[in-house]
Design a protein around this ligand. Structure first.
Ligand code: 13P
Length: 273
């Protein structure tokens, strides 16, 4: 049999360059008026950092007015939650059809939703699938509490959360999602995880995605760290190989702090291999 020389076909593919993504989760803060004034204060500065994808996630009420305000910028908009049905008798809920008119992203499965509103991994999965079906990029939040960490259950628990969240999601869609690792003990406590600990878990998440799909999908998925991220510690997270950005709570509510986080992230881009 004639061996065909396929030239350099055995060379490994070039490494995927993941665009860093910083998302500001405002949680239940800011009236519409306050939201517009905060955006106005930081939007030009944020817009200057073109190598970072910056996503603002204000409360539902502010989505539409903020969309109008940031229309001519590179800034993206995200919601903080969503129901998985497209319409119907679900008083008080917001559907993917409504969100897709105004935003590109939606945070799903945040630990506060799991804790206070009893969302299960199965609910998160239904929401992830509904978001993807409607062209919204889910930012899937996962994380362990202190008791679970101390019991040595972190890796197993996070793998399980990721696996259920991605059930019945095809590999094409899976490659587009963002996964946010937010250890509950680091949220709003001022006690961020170390870069090394955060990276260990984020690496584990990437391995889980590789096991569920393949290496190519795993190398495309963007993974954020979240929990007491500030302008002073973001560089440490961004220097880690498996961390592609951050989901920021408190520090996203102050213009100078959030701009610093995005600025530091852009600076880190050049330093990453
Ligand atoms: P903090 O940045 O305030 O710790 O909040 C993190 C968070 O929950 C973002 O979703």
């Amino acid at each position: 049999m004639v061996q065909i020389n396929r030239g350099n076909s055995f060379e490994p593919p070039p490494p995927v360059r993941r665009i860093p993504i910083i998302a500001g989760n405002w949680k239940m803060n800011k009236t519409v008026e306050e939201a517009l004034s905060l955006i106005d204060e930081m939007m030009d500065d944020l817009d200057a950092y073109e190598e970072v994808e910056t996503v603002i996630c204000p409360p539902f009420m502010a989505l539409s007015p903020v969309m109008d305000l940031i229309e001519d910028t590179n800034l993206k908009l995200g919601a903080q939650n969503m129901f998985y049905k497209e319409s119907g008798a679900y008083t008080g809920e917001i559907s993917p059809l409504m969100l897709r008119e105004v935003c590109d992203y939606v945070i799903l499965g945040h630990s506060e939703r799991r804790q206070y509103f009893h969302e299960t991994d199965e609910d998160v999965n239904l929401k992830v699938r509904a978001a993807l079906k409607n062209d919204l990029v889910p930012i899937i939040a996962v994380g362990e509490n202190l008791e679970q960490r101390e019991a040595g259950r972190t890796a197993e628990l996070i793998a399980n959360q990721v696996e259920i969240a991605l059930r019945e999601v095809n590999s094409f869609d899976a490659a587009t999602v963002v996964i946010a690792y937010e250890p509950i003990w680091a949220i709003g406590t001022g006690k961020a995880a170390s870069g090394q600990i955060a990276n260990e878990v984020c690496q584990g998440i990437r391995q889980t995605v590789a096991r569920l799909y393949n290496q190519e999908v795993a190398s495309q998925v963007r993974i954020q760290y979240g929990g007491s991220v500030t302008g002073d510690n973001i560089a440490e997270f961004m220097s880690q190989p498996d961390i592609d950005g951050a989901l920021v709570g408190g520090a996203s509510l102050k213009a100078a702090d959030f701009v610093k986080i995005v600025a530091q992230t852009q600076e880190a881009v050049g330093k990453k291999g």
